[in-house]
Ligand binder design. Structure first.
Ligand code: NAG
Ligand code: NAG
Ligand code: NAG
Ligand code: NAG
Ligand code: NAG
Length: 315
């Protein structure tokens, strides 16, 4: 009996090695709310299919527990504004980053949790102000990157050209898109030095929001993404999806790394989790049900099986 369970565990785990990565979109707003959020969520869900990524979306801050976050290969903050997490939520987020979790920030994600220094470091900096929405050119700069590979060298966009309160390069970010300041009008007053060329999108190989000694995942941020139309544009989607797949391929999470501490290692509709969810009742939503059902399943399997599962990781 035990060996049968162990075998099932190994099979489930082996399947999980090539399984779908899971990303939690967080789009809570305590300040300005972008009406493009539902359009963006829809576009991300569709755009995730070809790269084998399943997106869940929530605006419920109580989802920020270590148990729930640890099932995800990345967290994507989508135009989050203001104080969108409480202290336990911030702590769970930090724990997630310390365990190799990846982070993706989009547009107004640079305008939330402004007093949380680890959040600022994980994203790269904070939003300062933007001139009115207008046509502008953003230049592809820096090294070749999946998020800019399909873009023209001088990319014409209609979006908000964000200014920031510091230079993300100062904490190790690499800028890959830069607003061409001669292509649009900014009558605002710059109070901060954001460095040159103007940072518009960037990545961090090892997100600076994680503590020293942790397994640091990747971080990607783009300040573009204001309008509904933007999320229907193929070039913009190639930018976002390129950034998402790059973040995952740091291989610090379970969908890509058998010994990782966070990420998706389970098939959501078959194998262990599928069987357990029947016992736990109907699934309310993908991310809540996963956390609810996975605990009893693990408890039932017991420590011996846990050990065997752990051994399976080496296969
Ligand atoms: C953007 O799309 C949402 C529906 O997803 C709609 O409610 C909103 O009005 C749209 N915004 C504009 C400016 O058209
Ligand atoms: C953030 O810090 C500033 C300055 O200390 C303070 O005025 C503000 O109330 C703080 N905001 C939050 C949401 O804690
Ligand atoms: C910038 O300032 C100029 C001169 O005051 C004005 O004509 C123009 O409309 C302003 N443009 C924007 C985008 O604010
Ligand atoms: C992650 O794994 C893939 C596939 O094995 C590999 O191509 C890629 O270089 C790895 N990434 C890192 C950062 O090691
Ligand atoms: C895989 O995960 C382990 C445990 O977190 C980590 O030590 C290791 O560096 C990860 N591998 C890669 C390629 O990041």
């Amino acid at each position: 009996m035990l060996s049968f369970i162990v075998l099932c565990g190994c099979i489930a785990y082996a399947v999980a090695q090539s399984t779908t990565a899971r990303i939690l979109i967080y789009s809570a707003t305590a300040g300005f709310r972008h009406d493009s959020i539902p359009t963006a969520i829809e576009a991300l869900k569709q755009g995730g299919n070809p790269i084998n990524v399943q997106f869940d979306a929530t605006e419920d801050h109580s989802q920020f527990t270590t148990a729930i976050l640890s099932q995800y290969d990345a967290l994507l903050f989508l135009s989050t504004t203001g104080e969108v997490l409480d202290d336990p939520g911030k702590a769970a987020f930090r724990t997630y980053l310390n365990m190799g979790g990846n982070f993706i920030g989009v547009h107004a994600a640079s305008d939330c949790l402004r007093n949380t220094s680890s959040y600022r470091s994980e994203l790269g900096t904070l939003f300062d102000y933007h001139p009115p929405l207008q046509n502008a050119i953003v230049n592809v700069v820096g090294p070749s990157h999946p998020s800019t590979r399909k873009l023209p060298a001088a990319w014409k966009v209609q979006d908000e050209m964000y200014n920031f309160i510091s230079d993300p390069r100062a904490i190790g970010a690499t800028v890959i898109l830069s607003a061409d300041e001669s292509s649009y009008v900014d009558n605002g007053t710059r109070k901060f030095d954001q460095g040159t060329p103007h940072p518009t999108a960037w990545f961090q190989e090892r997100g600076a929001g994680a503590e020293a000694g942790g397994t640091k995942g990747r971080s990607f941020y783009t300040s573009l993404g204001h309008l509904n139309e933007t999320w229907k544009d193929d070039l913009f989607m190639s930018h976002i999806i390129g950034g998402v797949s790059w973040a995952l391929q740091g291989n610090t999470t379970r969908a890509f790394n058998a010994s990782a501490l966070v990420g998706n290692s389970q098939q959501s509709t078959t194998s262990r989790v599928g069987a357990a969810s029947t016992a736990a009742g109907p699934r309310e939503s993908a991310h809540t049900s996963r956390s609810v059902v996975s605990r009893p399943a693990w408890l039932l399997l017991g420590m011996g099986v846990l050990q065997n599962l752990f051994l399976c990781n080496d296969i």
